[in-house]
Design a protein around this ligand. Structure first.
Ligand SMILES: NC(=O)C1=CN([C@@H]2O[C@H](COP(=O)(O)OP(=O)(O)OC[C@H]3O[C@@H](n4cnc5c(N)ncnc54)[C@H](OP(=O)(O)O)[C@@H]3O)[C@@H](O)[C@H]2O)[C@@H](O)CC1
Ligand SMILES: Nc1ncnc2c1ncn2[C@@H]1O[C@H](COP(=O)(O)OP(=O)(O)O)[C@@H](O)[C@H]1O
Ligand SMILES: [K+]
Length: 509
C-alpha cells in the first residue's frame, strides 16, 4: 500500500530525484501523467459533448497540454484555454510545443451544458490565492454544474493543508501522481477533490522510501500486525483490564459507553470506577462490566493494588476540575511500575487542564509515565493548545503534530478529518469517517476503544490509528440511524474481518 502522504515540497523533491536517477526525464513523467488523466476521462466520460482543458503556466498546465492533445486525437471536441505561457525551457513549454491545438485565452472562457472540464491550471505549485480569470472560470463551471476532472489537485486547494486559497474547483475526480498529498484528505480539500485516483507515473518506490516520510493515510495496513490477539492460555486480566471513570449520578452513561467499547475492543476485564453517589445508578445498568467505588485518591490506590487496570479512560461525563486533574496526574505518576500501559484523556479530562496544561505535559513526559492519549475535538483542542490552535499558518496536520510533541502524548484531533499524531513525529490522516458518526456519545466510544487496545499492550500510536479507523468503519457499515449505543457491538464484525485478514497478528501476554 502506498500510504505515505507527500507535501507539495516533498513531491517536488521526489520528482527531481526521480528525474536525476532516470530512466524517465521530466517530459516523460509529464507525458505519462497526462496520458493517465486522459485515460480516466475516456473511461468515465466517453459521451462528453466537448472537453474544455484549462492549462496554467506551470507543469500542471504542462499536463494539460498533453491531455488536450491526447483527447483530441481520441476524437473528442477539445477547447484548450490557457492562462500564462510556460517558462521557456520548462517541461511544460516542451509539452505545449508538441500540442497543435488552438490556444484560447482563459479571459474569454465559456462553456455549455453536457460538457466536461479538465482543470490543469495549478497543482502543487499553487502560490497565491486564485482570482481574476481563473476565479471567473471556476464560478462559471460551478454555475453550469459541469463535471470537473482535476489534475493533481483542484486548482485553489492547497496540497499541504486542504484549505482553499481564493476560490477552487469542485472536482468529480482528481487524478494525482505517485502519492496522495495531505490536501487530498484534509477538509475542505477532501470534499473538493471528489474521488481521488492515484496514478503510477513510473516513480520508483525506493525514491520515496529514501525520504523517510512519517505522514500516512490511516489504513489497516499501517497497524494490522500490531493488533492484539489473545493467546490460548490467556486469562481475563492478561487480556487487558480497563478502568473507566464515571461522573456523578446524573452523568454516568458516557463512562458506560467507554467501558462497553473497551470490552468489545478486546479488553478481558473492564471496571467502571464510580463515585459513591453514582454507584447505584451504575450498578443498575451494568452486567459483564465490573463496578468499583472510586471517590478519591485513597480509593484509586486500592484499585491499583489488586488486578490494577492496565489502561484508564478519564473524562467522558466526568466533570471538570481538581478531581480529574488529581486522578490523571496520579495515574501518569504511578505509571508503568504499576503495570499501567496508558491513560486516555478525553472530554472533561482535557478541559480540566485548560488553566495548567504544562502540569499534564510534564507528567506525560516523565520517563516512567504510561502512554497519554488525548482525544480532543476542535473546541477541546483550543482549550489545551490555545497557541497552536490560534496559529492560522498551520494545517490541522501541523497542529496535531505540534500538540503531540508539546504534550508528550499521542493526539487524536477529532472531526470529519481526524488526525492522529505521535509525540515522536509520526502522523496519520483518517478518511473513512461518515457524517452520522457525529452523534452524542460517539467520542466516548472512541476513547473506550483506544483504552481497550492500549490495555492489551498495543503501542499508543497504532492503537489510536486502529481505534479511529475501526470506529469510523463500524459507523459506515451500520449506515445512517446510528446512535452511540450501537457502536460497541457494531465493532465486532469489523474486528473479525481485520483479524481474519491477519491471523498471525502479534500475540499478547
Ligand atoms: N515535475 C514533474 O516532473 C512532474 C510534475 N507534474 C505536474 O506538475 C505540477 C507542479 O508543477 P509546478 O511546480 O510547475 O506548479 P503548478 O501547479 O503548475 O503551478 C505553478 C505555476 O502556477 C502559477 N501560479 C500558482 N498559483 C497561482 C495563482 N493562484 N494564480 C496565478 N498563477 C499561479 C505559478 O506562478 P509563480 O508563483 O511562479 O508566479 C507558476 O507559474 C503538479 O501539480 C503536476 O500536475 C506531473 O507532470 C508529473 C511530473
Ligand atoms: N462530520 C463528521 N464526519 C465523520 N466523523 C465525525 C464527524 N463529526 C464528528 N465525527 C466524529 O465523531 C466523534 C465525535 O466525538 P465528540 O465530539 O467527542 O462527541 P461526543 O462528546 O458527543 O462523544 C469523533 O470521533 C469525531 O471524529
Ligand atoms: K489542477
Amino acid at each position: 500500500m502506498r500510504l505515505e502522504l507527500l507535501s507539495p515540497m516533498e513531491m517536488a523533491a521526489v520528482d527531481r530525484r526521480a528525474i536525476a536517477d532516470g530512466p524517465f526525464d521530466g517530459l516523460a513523467l509529464m507525458r505519462r501523467a497526462g496520458t493517465l488523466v486522459a485515460a480516466e476521462v475516456l473511461v468515465r466520460y466517453p459521451g462528453a459533448a466537448k472537453v474544455h482543458v484549462l492549462a496554467g503556466p506551470g507543469n500542471n498546465g504542462g499536463d494539460g497540454y498533453v491531455i488536450a492533445g491526447l483527447l483530441a486525437e481520441s476524437g473528442f471536441a477539445v477547447s484548450l484555454w490557457t492562462s500564462g505561457m510556460p517558462r521557456p525551457g520548462s517541461d511544460a513549454a516542451l509539452a505545449a510545443a508538441q500540442c497543435r491545438l488552438e490556444r484560447l485565452s482563459l479571459l474569454e472562457f465559456t462553456a455549455g451544458p453536457d460538457e466536461l472540464v479538465v482543470d490543469a491550471l495549478y497543482g502543487s505549485g499553487l502560490s497565491r490565492p486564485v482570482d481574476g480569470d481563473a476565479a471567473r472560470a471556476i464560478a462559471l463551471v460551478e454555475s453550469l454544474d459541469l463535471p470537473v476532472v482535476a489534475v493533481d489537485l483542484p486548482s485553489g486547494v492547497s496540497g499541504d493543508s486542504g484549505q482553499v486559497s481564493g476560490s477552487a474547483f469542485r472536482a468529480a475526480v482528481t487524478v494525482t501522481f505517485a502519492r496522495k498529498k495531505p490536501g487530498h484528505l484534509l477538509l475542505p480539500g477532501r470534499e473538493l477533490c471528489g474521488e481521488v485516483v492515484l496514478a503510477d507515473i513510473g516513480i520508483d518506490d525506493a525514491v520515496i522510501g529514501e525520504m523517510n516520510i512519517r505522514i500516512f493515510e490511516n489504513d489497516p495496513a499501517l497497524w494490522r500486525t500490531a493488533l492484539p490477539v489473545a493467546q490460548v492460555d490467556t486469562h481475563k486480566y492478561r487480556r487487558g483490564h480497563v478502568g473507566a471513570f464515571s461522573g456523578g449520578p446524573s452523568s454516568t452513561g458516557a463512562a458506560r459507553l467507554s467501558a462497553l467499547a473497551a470490552a468489545r475492543a478486546g479488553a478481558g476485564a473492564v471496571t467502571v470506577l464510580s463515585p459513591a453517589n453514582a454507584m447505584q445508578v451504575n450498578a443498575a445498568h451494568l452486567t459483564s462490566i465490573m463496578l468499583r467505588k472510586v471517590s478519591d485518591a485513597h480509593d484509586l490506590a486500592k484499585v491499583q493494588a489488586n488486578h490494577p487496570p492496565s489502561a484508564f479512560v478519564l473524562g467522558p461525563g466526568f466533570g471538570i476540575g481538581e478531581k480529574a486533574r488529581a486522578f490523571a496526574l496520579d495515574i501518569l505518576g504511578d505509571g508503568r511500575s504499576n503495570g499501567v500501559e496508558g491513560l486516555v484523556l478525553d472530554a472533561d479530562g482535557i478541559t480540566s487542564f485548560r488553566d495548567e496544561p504544562s502540569t499534564l505535559f510534564a507528567a506525560a513526559g516523565l520517563e516512567a509515565a504510561p502512554a497519554l492519549v488525548l482525544t480532543p475535538h476542535e473546541g477541546e483542542f483550543g482549550r489545551l493548545f490555545p497557541d497552536i490552535a490560534g496559529d492560522e499558518t498551520l494545517s490541522k496536520l501541523d497542529k496535531a503534530r505540534r500538540a503531540a510533541s508539546l504534550s508528550h502524548g499521542t493526539v487524536i484531533y477529532k472531526g470529519a478529518d481526524t488526525v492522529i499524531a505521535s509525540p515522536e513525529g509520526r502522523a496519520a490522516i483518517n478518511a473513512n469517517g461518515v457524517p452520522w458518526l457525529a452523534t452524542a456519545g460517539s467520542g466516548d466510544v472512541l476513547a473506550g476503544i483506544v483504552a481497550g487496545l492500549l490495555a492489551q499492550g498495543m503501542p499508543a500510536f497504532e492503537a489510536a490509528c486502529a481505534a479511529v479507523w475501526m470506529h469510523a468503519e463500524a459507523a459506515r457499515r451500520f449506515r445512517p440511524g446510528l446512535i452511540a449505543d450501537d457502536l460497541p457491538a457494531a465493532l465486532v464484525p469489523v474486528l473479525h474481518e481485520l483479524r481474519g485478514q491477519h491471523p498471525k497478528a502479534r500475540p499478547q501476554g
